[in-house]
Ligand binder design. Sequence first.
Ligand SMILES: C[S@@+](CC[C@H](N)C(=O)[O-])C[C@H]1O[C@@H](n2cnc3c(N)ncnc32)[C@H](O)[C@@H]1O
Length: 291
Amino acid sequence: MLTAFDYIMNLLNLGCGKRFHKDWTNLDFRSDNRDVIEHNLLNGIPFKDNSFDVVYHSHVLEHFARKDAVRLIQECFRVLKPYGILRLAVPDLEMIAKEYLHNLERAINNEPCAEFDYDWILLEMYDQTVRNTSGGEIANYLFRKDIPNEEYLFNRIGDEGKNLHKNYLNSLNNKFDKQINPVPFSIKIQAKRLYQRVKNVLTRTIFRTEYEVLREESEALQIGRFRLSGEVHQHMYDRYSLGKLLSGCGFINIKVVSSVESDIIDWNVYQLDSLDGNTLKPDSLFVEAIK
Ligand SMILES: C[S@@+](CC[C@H](N)C(=O)[O-])C[C@H]1O[C@@H](n2cnc3c(N)ncnc32)[C@H](O)[C@@H]1O
């Protein structure tokens, strides 16, 4: 006979990227891993009502336009069992805004390193929203040999950022030119090939002005495809706006937690928000709520 302790939790990780655990149902746009279901969350969550004990997503909600974000949270509510837990992490707009004001003041007062910290926090705030190519300016900042404010930077973006930088330095040694995100890169390649093919035909057959129009069209297609790829931020949240969004969709007991605090049984075993007690994305606002 099964006891309460034998109960197997049904756990769902949405927009998991490369951070997932085999005991969970993991889902993302696309993945080359068999443990991840490929699905576009703009089409809803592909599971029945009341089917999960826990729904989790980290750094996903901000990639949805506001109306789509409401729909996503409503979908989380629908697939959760009664009293199920929603846990989510987003970049913390309040923390970033405070940090921006602090760095601005320090930069104006010519404090040591302040100009670099100021540059970084502006990137954190805007780059992920306005970029038109994968990685954007943040990648340029991270992927160079010497980062002038390394300590500040890695305090902000944690071990994940530190590892990206380390891998970049290793790739320099190995003389490999690695891409951080192959998906938008392949879109870029496809657009470039299309552009090249059309260019060849056009330069042979029709006027230069028409070729120029096509070049612009191809560039617009490339940017549009990238912006729909799920990499850019469409909105940002603080504890007030996120709380309002969750309560508006029916959630109760909404609370801000740390990366290691949770009502999810054995949360830290899954190593989704922390590794050996270290927060993986320190710029996050972590929230839990109950259906
Ligand atoms: C910043 S990454 C976060 C990945 C992971 N959750 C983490 O915390 O490291 C955002 C993830 O959301 C996924 N994503 C964005 N929009 C999506 C959509 N409409 N459907 C499915 N996944 C989406 C992206 O593919 C990407 O893996």
